[in-house]
Design a protein around this ligand. Sequence first.
Ligand code: FAD
Ligand code: SF4
Ligand code: SF4
Length: 477
Amino acid sequence: MAKQPMLKFVKIERAMPEKRAASLRRTDFHEIYAEYADAKAKEQASRCSQCGVPYCQSHCPLHNNIPDWLRLTAEGRLQEAYEISQATNTFPEICGRICPQDRLCEGNCVIEQSGHGTVTIGSVEKYITDTAWEKGWVQPIAPAQERAESVGIIGAGPGGLAAADVLRRAGVQVTVYDRYDRAGGLLTYGIPGFKLEKPVVMRRNEQLEKGGVRFVLNCNVGEDMSFDEIRAQHDAVIIATGVYKSRDLGGPGSGAEGIVRAIDFLTASNRKSFGDEVPEYESGELNAEGKRVVVIGGGDTAMDCVRTAIREGATSVKCLYRRDRANMPGSQREVQNAEEEGVQFEWLTAPKGFKGDPVTGVIVDRMRLGQPDATGRQSPEIIEGSEYVEPADLVIKALGFEPEELPTLWGVPELEVTRWGTVKAEFTTGATAMPGVYAVGDIVRGASLVVWAIRDGRDCAEAVLSNFDQKGAIAAE
Ligand code: FAD
Ligand code: SF4
Ligand code: SF4
């Protein structure tokens, strides 16, 4: 009988790829984890117990066939592992890097529940696809035959690109419109390089272009081109515009110079890493160098801002959050990374105003957690008389994002939105009430995750294809 390569979790301990020392990583924007060496990836994959009912898979939004690609990796059959992995995930190396695995696949791995530490699913997924790129197994799309139908996709983020990939593979003529000068959406301009290095995103964009996806960049739909024009040029349109309206802060002094939005701060930093000229960075407006930085918010965007500020050379970086560590929305893994890099967290604090213009400080109330609200979460309450001033030269507001008002901006009142402003669309197909108009990703879900945008994009593309096929069948009758 062949030697069983799996079930090694009792003998082999969980090991992530090596993490670079905080003193080193705080000086650059490179990813913080190294790649597994071949033997290590094999070894870590072999810890999987090959569950009959794999909870990891059911909790992966893409239902990736995790046990199979782990087994193939453990057996050294990497090309087969890659084929299986890419069959359900358009960007496995990206998800492997930035999915919150502790809340998804790994958080539901049964060997964690038996006290052995989860299989490092994300790191193995990344390793498989990085290897595939290295070995030339990731090839541009080459459809078996071209189709006449064309689809316009508004938004080149992961949702739009995942849809583009599936449609193009089927031979559909695909055009992706984006207001930015580079494709990738938040993968390119939101998420910092220390989580996702930019060449990893750019090589995907290039492959899609080589495979026949047409990109129309610097095209702000609603300004440079109308929604109706796009609709008239294509058989179907997919809206994948994400959510970009930043939640704001009021209070005295909130309009002062030096109080900026997280998305502007992160975009400027990402643009710099491409070598672009960024006047707001050069002028110091969106640059943390030499400043006392205060970031307001406790989500993943706030974590990206504090860690970016450290790398830009801030003299101090503090994060204010109105709940405590256990009740923050951001990932604990990222808080730990931030702390290692020198960020200070001020839990149970909320800003009530600002001093100076340009800003010199944040007026802060201390908070305590009170009774649970309707959602069961304890509501933060102000501790009377606890006010103090936190000195700051740069304040970054990272309080979350909301959708822009698309029906108004685009002059399309018939595009239905929810009371939160997200586009009303069927979750399984992305179909809106407008014939031939679909929507996917954050613009439907509200601020969510890359892996959900990919799932939506793939599902929607399948629905568009099946609609084309039905129409074709009717026409042929
Ligand atoms: P987006 O990625 O936002 O792409 C939308 C695209 O549409 C953009 O390129 C935009 O320019 C374009 N667009 C918008 N309006 C127009 C218009 N009118 N005309 C033309 N183009 C337009 N998720 C994770 O899973 N892991 C993480 O670690 C993570 N970190 C994050 C960090 C930050 C700072 C932020 C802000 C988000 C993070 N997310 C993370 C969430 C994730 O990035 C999003 O859920 C995901 O990118 C949504 O994909 P999307 O395709 O719907 O939209
Ligand atoms: Fe886990 Fe994300 Fe990969 Fe799914 S896509 S297996 S959730 S890392
Ligand atoms: Fe393997 Fe864990 Fe998935 Fe089970 S839950 S198949 S042990 S990765």
